[in-house]
Design a protein around this ligand. Sequence first.
Ligand code: ASP
Length: 328
Amino acid sequence: MSKPRVHIIVLGGTITMAPQSSAGIVPKVTGAELVAAVPSLAEVAEIGVATPFLVPGASLSFPQMQQVNELVDRALEEGAHGVVVVQGTDTIDETAVLLDLVHRRAEPVVVTGAMRGAGAAGADGNANLLAAVTVAAASEARDLGVLVVLNDEIHAARLVSKQHKALPSAFASVGFGPLGHVVEGRARIVLRLARIDAGIGRPMPKAAPVALVSVGLGDDDRMIRAIPELGYKGLVIEAMGAGHLPGGLAAASEEVARAMPVILASRVPGGPIFANTYGFPGSEIDLLGRGLIGAGLLSAHKARLLLSLLVGAGRCTDEVASVFASFQ
Ligand code: ASP
């Protein structure tokens, strides 16, 4: 029987990094070299590989991700059973959700990377690549949207985040756990997350500029008030707890929400933004009543990407609110 075809798109990240002549590791290893280092990939799938660029995760841009999205589409249109995107772990939680917001096909798209450089003792890159290809080739992984696979765990793009700066077990879906695991060379998926259609359409629209303001103890409202004059078209506020701000920030948030969509997210990863529990100034009831839109289960960074695409696609504030309502 012929093997499934999996196309691997390598963007850089620690998995491709090796020492340079001055200090530190930098992206160096190409996709072809990564694939050559894991001969057992050929037992799982017929592999195609491309290296459109080699950059750290933090330097990936919206236009580059539009290009990646086109490469994913092209590979699937040409008959790949699944696609693996290999990149820096610093932004996997963001790129995975960005791709997921516009991926409507059944084939799995899997994002992976590594926490240890290519030459480090106990480097996790080879194992992560093999696990990611195993998931991308698996019929069980169809219809789950974009997945993130590291440390043999299979996570949903919209729930996963990087929770540790160093460990191979850095990725977690806080409050939920992974959808499944790769064990004995098989993708074992025990939970299936319903897909949400954000109605953004294809190709991926140009992202509108959206600011993200994180609020801390004793903050004042200067950053929030400055957003409209800086040319932003939307704002995400990373608030506290279940969606709470210092009371003195409520009026400025309302003023900005009259000019552009303002999303209320939280720095706490588990659980949704509340809607009707707390009644103090700056509480979720106060802020939603002033026109802010709850981020639901999305982190502030993921909410920023969704809002960027929605505004980029020309959606008005009411339309933005109804899409965010489906992410509750
Ligand atoms: N700094 C690296 C990057 O995101 C981290 C990693 O890949 O793990 O490119």
